[in-house]
Design a binder for this molecule. Structure first.
Ligand SMILES: *[C@@H]1O[C@H](CO)[C@@H](O)[C@H](O)[C@H]1NC(C)=O
Ligand SMILES: *[C@@H]1O[C@H](CO)[C@@H](O)[C@H](O)[C@H]1NC(C)=O
Ligand SMILES: *[C@@H]1O[C@H](CO)[C@@H](O)[C@H](O)[C@H]1NC(C)=O
Ligand SMILES: *[C@@H]1O[C@H](CO)[C@@H](O)[C@H](O)[C@H]1NC(C)=O
Ligand SMILES: *[C@@H]1O[C@H](CO)[C@@H](O)[C@H](O)[C@H]1NC(C)=O
Ligand SMILES: *[C@@H]1O[C@H](CO)[C@@H](O)[C@H](O)[C@H]1NC(C)=O
Ligand SMILES: *[C@@H]1O[C@H](CO)[C@@H](O)[C@H](O)[C@H]1NC(C)=O
Length: 273
């Protein structure tokens, strides 16, 4: 080796290093999860959520437990998920059977009518830069139409300069049961409405603006008339999101995707297959 120049030696060892990496990748084609991820740490708990385990982890867990993309924190005995800049509380449990987690905006007060602190809609998901996406709005389970169904539906809070005369719109000013509600304090001069479902500007004319969008997984009510109680239930129930897409690589080879069958067991499939 003495006759090799330093740069040659460096190049050689670099090549050797690369070869080692390639060999490792070839030898572990299905194991692409970061090496540090440990699926087998003891579950953690926070408040009434007792089963925080892979891929989830608490901020206070040992660094090698769970997957850092699925980090939760425990604040005042409540399990918190920070998502797209918003703060959400984890409701009830994490569903390891169907890979969903239900969360609710931290601005929602369960005892009185309140509005979310954050706007949340499908565009948040589209703007995710990481691949695979950490969370999806839809359940990775095929329906008869072959499409993955969404786990929640949208609600839109609008504020309008002029009154809107439509039974499909709820005048949310009527929902306040006290004056401390964060509703009135914002802009009492405007008329505020919530409509469940798609936003359609033509419905209400130009005087309305979308103030916030949010989502709910509360079972749909076929009655087109919505009440303050409906809205409250929808907000307080929160919405489900799925994390299966984000961890497909721990089940299936790279270049494949995964989905659930009717029995909620993970299946691997090639794109386009
Ligand atoms: C946190 O929640 C647990 C379980 O619900 C309860 O036993 C405990 O007393 C709570 N601690 C605080 C500080 O609220
Ligand atoms: C906790 O989650 C694990 C999977 O991560 C599951 O095997 C176990 O049954 C769950 N326990 C409870 C009590 O839900
Ligand atoms: C997932 O499982 C939980 C608990 O079993 C259930 O409440 C929830 O509705 C399920 N979600 C879907 C989309 O099936
Ligand atoms: C909405 O409800 C508030 C409070 O009941 C009422 O003062 C207001 O006139 C209503 N606005 C419309 C457009 O119905
Ligand atoms: C609202 O619309 C209904 C029917 O479309 C009409 O009968 C009613 O007078 C309208 N109310 C107002 C305040 O414009
Ligand atoms: C709300 O404010 C109105 C007028 O400012 C007052 O008359 C009413 O008593 C207040 N209601 C409550 C529940 O504080
Ligand atoms: C919806 O509300 C309107 C007016 O309040 C009422 O006339 C109508 O019967 C209601 N529709 C249903 C399905 O409850």
């Amino acid at each position: 080796m003495a006759f090799l120049s330093t740069s040659m030696a460096r190049r050689l060892s670099l090549t050797a290093g690369l070869t080692a990496i390639i060999a490792f990748v070839l030898a572990h084609p299905t194991c692409s999860a970061p090496a540090k991820v440990n699926q087998y740490c003891a579950p953690s708990s926070c408040g009434n959520i007792h089963n925080i385990s892979f891929p989830f982890r608490l901020k206070t867990d040992p660094q090698n437990c769970g997957d850092l993309r699925y980090e939760l924190s425990c604040e005042n005995n409540r399990t918190v998920l920070y998502l797209f800049g918003g703060k959400y509380y984890v409701q009830e449990e994490i569903n390891y059977n169907n890979y969903t987690i239900r969360v609710v905006d931290s601005g929602i007060n369960k005892d009185k009518y309140s509005t979310p602190s954050y706007s949340f809609n499908r565009y948040n998901f589209r703007s995710q830069v990481s691949y695979p996406p950490t969370y999806t709005l839809y359940q990775m389970k095929k329906t008869k139409s072959e499409k993955f169904p969404e786990l929640s539906r949208g609600l839109v809070l609008r504020s309008c300069e002029k009154p809107v005369n439509s039974s499909l719109y709820l005048n949310t000013s009527t929902c306040n049961n006290d004056n401390s509600s964060n509703y009135v304090s914002h802009s009492s001069k405007r008329y505020r409405y919530v409509k469940v479902g798609k936003t359609n500007a033509i419905d209400v004319g130009d005087s309305c603006q979308v103030e916030k969008m949010f989502r709910t997984s509360w079972p749909r009510n076929d009655d087109p008339n919505i009440s303050c109680t409906d809205i409250h239930n929808e907000l307080e129930y929160g919405f489900e999101i799925s994390w299966l897409y984000g961890i497909c690589e721990s089940f299936c080879e790279r270049g494949t995707y995964c989905y659930l069958n009717d029995a909620n067991s993970v299946q691997c499939a090639y794109n386009g297959a």
